[in-house]
Ligand binder design. Structure first.
Ligand code: AMP
Ligand code: GLY
Length: 424
């Protein structure tokens, strides 16, 4: 079978890497892909939002399975379009992907179906928003409604910061249409985890637990990024938390979406805040998390292709996923300046040395080829992902890979996985 993966980040490199191990697959294409992906798949120069060309390519090449990585094509309706033409595609339809594309939709859904989440209200006008800020007090969280690449969330420590955030989102143009509505919510304390599950709209099969590291600097300091590293399993997701999440978050959400006439098919990602035995849902994503996807797929023992096919065809009943009883850790290596303006075009050294290391993969996210040399071309450049018998061993292995690689201005967190140590 021929497979097409849509996207160009570390998540897509990990997906292509895992799909390539399936005996069912004869050829993989990736649109648009990246130079790392290009070593195992054929990159096709089509952008993720160019739906007509993606469709034309998939039909012409007789693609048996298309896998969508990022949220943008999902929220543009790539799944609906491919299905209209009888193609098999893994991902949420447009009316289900709204669970990520609109935070206001997600919050209203959670309220209606009793999914635990922070107290909130949605605003389109500044005055009532300010009154709500005064009522809730600080710290308080202000979120742009629409897709904002992980940058539309402001944790305001003071009233002044909250007022500035709300005013800028509702009246400025920094967030464009994404900021036309804001969600203001209660600030939650605790430890975050990423809970992902496959669903066909009815049955739910969870993936292994994972934890992301959103802040750019060690100790969770500095602005939020798309994710600076991740590991799996996450001990904060105890068996009791797992059960609670399955019944109170996943089951209620999947049933709620079906009841709304928006059956959810694909991978559903809940961002959780865990505080003792309590869970609250911070957000939903309609896709695999990145970088979480990298350690998760490294730990997946089962062939992923039959799973993706079953989800895409709408029946995962009886499906089971096997996992390696090991830990995996991904350390993101980023360009200087990320998540703000960042350097580009720096030559990356050490990739060959890292490639020789055992139980380690270097997934490319923002790289380009200049002649025969790899250079940086994105904010998150590489995801160095390693597996070990324990989190400690996986951390050591991943950082051994990281220390083999360098470029001018490279930045990475030194504490990925630290929260899991001592909890195992
Ligand atoms: P979101 O895109 O809604 O998940 O928000 C991005 C990040 O902001 C989360 O991963 C948390 O680190 C933080 N965050 C979001 N909502 C809250 C909240 N209500 N309380 C505390 N932190 C939050
Ligand atoms: N790593 C968080 C996300 O993919 O949204």
């Amino acid at each position: 079978m021929k497979v097409l993966v849509i996207g160009s980040g570390g998540r897509e490199h990990a997906l292509v890497w895992k799909i390539a191990q399936s005996p069912l697959v004869e050829k993989i294409y990736c649109a648009p892909g990246n130079p790392g992906i290009g070593r195992i798949a054929e990159n096709i120069d089509i952008k993720v939002d160019d739906l007509p060309r993606l469709l034309e390519f998939a039909r012409r090449e007789n693609i048996g399975l298309t896998v969508v990585g990022p949220e943008l094509p999902l929220s543009l309706g790539v799944v609906d379009l491919f299905e209209e033409y009888g193609l098999t595609i893994f991902g949420a339809r447009r009316n289900a992907a709204v669970i990520e594309a609109s935070k206001a939709f997600a919050k209203d859904l959670m309220k209606k179906y009793h999914v635990p989440t922070a107290a909130y209200e949605v605003f389109t006008e500044v005055e009532p928003a300010l009154a709500f800020i005064d009522r809730l007090g600080t710290p308080i969280v202000v979120k742009a409604d629409g897709l904002a690449a992980g940058k539309g969330v402001i944790i305001a420590q003071t009233r002044g910061e909250a007022v500035t955030a709300v005013t800028e989102m509702l009246t400025g143009n920094a967030f464009g249409a994404a900021g036309a509505r804001v969600v203001i919510e209660e600030f939650l304390r605790g430890e975050e985890a990423s809970f992902l599950a496959f669903t066909d709209g009815k049955n739910i099969v969870p993936l292994a637990s994972a934890q992301d590291h959103k802040a750019v600097f060690d100790g969770d300091q500095g602005p939020n990024t798309g994710g600076m590293g991740a590991y799996s399993p996450a001990p904060v997701v105890t068996p009791a938390i797992h059960e609670k999440t399955m019944t109170e978050v996943m089951r209620r959400t999947v049933d709620g979406m079906a009841a709304e006439g928006r059956p959810y098919r694909g991978v559903l990602y809940a961002g959780l805040m865990i505080d003792g035995g309590n869970i609250k849902t911070l957000e939903f994503n309609a896709r695999f998390g990145d970088p979480e996807c990298q350690p998760l797929l490294m730990r997946m023992k089962s062939d992923i292709v039959p799973i993706l096919l079953a989800v895409a065809k709408g029946d995962i009943s009886g499906m089971e996923i096997e996992w390696f009883e090991k830990a995996a850790v991904c350390v993101v290596m980023a360009a200087q300046g990320y998540p703000g303006e960042y350097r580009k075009g720096d030559e990356i050294a050490g990739l060959e040395e890292a490639a020789k290391m055992e139980d380690l993969s270097v997934f490319h996210a923002g790289t380009a080829l200049k002649g025969d040399k790899f250079v940086t071309s994105g904010g998150r450049v590489l995801g160095v992902t390693a597996m070990g018998n324990t989190v400690k061993e996986a951390i050591e292995r991943a950082y051994r890979g990281v220390s083999a690689i360098t470029w001018c201005g490279v930045h990475y967190r030194k504490d990925i996985g630290k929260k899991a140590l001592g909890k195992q």
